[in-house]
Design a protein around this ligand. Structure first.
Ligand SMILES: [Zn+2]
Length: 325
């Protein structure tokens, strides 16, 4: 894990000295204000992997920093302080903290095409109402993506008509709502993640794509081989958030796993679940198909933290599960 402890030793000692002098002054002159309370504890932040890759998911955690012996001679309560609220961002994208033992933990995403470092900041509030902020630069591992050309139906290779554009906008907004809900909901994915199919990868995340030589885009999911009718399972514990026919993605199932985590399963020939159903890792949720913008049947698997798409393999690496796949 990467670790950064904000080094505030000197200013802390200065504050303590000032407090001690104020206490002496107050003792000599009872009319003066009593010494101010000791400063609130510091925050400690860690993340893994130490250098997350562009387009990947990683994990970040924050705790009140244990105060070293002698560091706070006025008897501060740093070791026992409780954070009552914790917010933060990585690369201006919101985090979703939950309690994990002594730590507060959140998944986080490095977007594709991210710079070589991203800024993370957190703000913690203690029970007495005081707060601490901390910001750190997280180094990003660059990724070199593949490039491929595809030939598809002309309807999709050229710019969309008004009706299709409006439908696509509605699809995008529905998916965005799932992302917002996931950031607000508690995490359900603690038992780990499985691949939605045990099948060959036919196109990796991030691959640059050209459709009929006209539209260039990046492949924001992972393609898994399959024939029409093959089973697709839920990657993790979650709640079914969308069961829809989308314009480009075809028949989709979206799962809200809470803690900011969303998975999507595209181009299905059949959707086996309903909105509101609770699923667990390995449970069948659909069947492979070729609906939407595709060249043939396969599963396009999407993983997002909030609204940021990441390489699904980075999720499996971060939260490996023991269930069937
Ligand atoms: Zn795909």
């Amino acid at each position: 894990m990467g670790t950064l402890r904000r080094s505030r030793g000197r200013s802390w000692l200065r504050l303590s000295m000032a407090g001690a002098l104020a206490a002496l002054a107050a003792a000599a002159h009872p009319a003066l204000q009593p010494a101010p309370p000791p400063p609130p504890p510091l925050l400690e932040i860690e993340w893994e992997p130490t250098r997350p890759a562009e387009g990947s998911l990683f994990r970040l955690r924050v705790a009140p920093r244990a105060v070293a012996p002698g560091e706070n001679p006025e008897g501060g309560d740093g070791n026992r302080a409780e954070l009552v609220a914790l917010t933060g961002e990585v690369g201006q994208l919101p985090l979703a903290f939950h309690r994990s033992g002594a730590w507060h933990e959140s998944l986080a995403a490095i977007p594709v095409d991210a710079p070589d470092t991203v800024l993370a900041w957190v703000r913690g509030e203690f029970a007495d109402g005081r707060a601490r902020s901390l910001s750190v630069w997280i180094p990003v591992e660059p990724v070199v993506y593949d490039h491929e050309r595809l030939a598809v139906a002309p309807r999709f290779g050229s710019p969309l008509g008004d009706a299709d554009r409006a439908r696509l906008d509605r699809n995008i907004e529905m998916a965005a709502q799932v992302s917002r809900d996931a950031l607000a909901d508690p995490p359900l994915w603690s038992s780990g993640v499985v691949m939605p199919r045990s099948a060959r990868i036919t196109s990796r995340f991030g691959t640059g794509r050209e459709f009929n030589g006209q539209v260039t885009s990046r492949h924001m999911g992972l393609d898994l081989q399959g024939a029409v009718g093959d089973t697709v399972v839920a990657a993790a514990h979650g709640v079914v958030a969308l069961v829809e026919p989308f314009l480009l993605a075809g028949n989709v199932v979206y799962l809200n796993h809470g803690g900011g985590l969303v998975t999507g399963y595209f181009h299905l020939s059949a959707q086996l679940v309903q909105v509101g159903d609770t699923v667990v890792a390995g449970m069948p949720i659909g069947r492979v198909g070729s609906t939407g913008r595709v060249t043939g049947p396969h599963l396009h698997w999407v993983v997002r933290f909030g609204a940021t798409s990441v390489d699904p393999l980075s999720l499996v690496a971060l939260l490996p599960g023991a269930g069937p796949s």
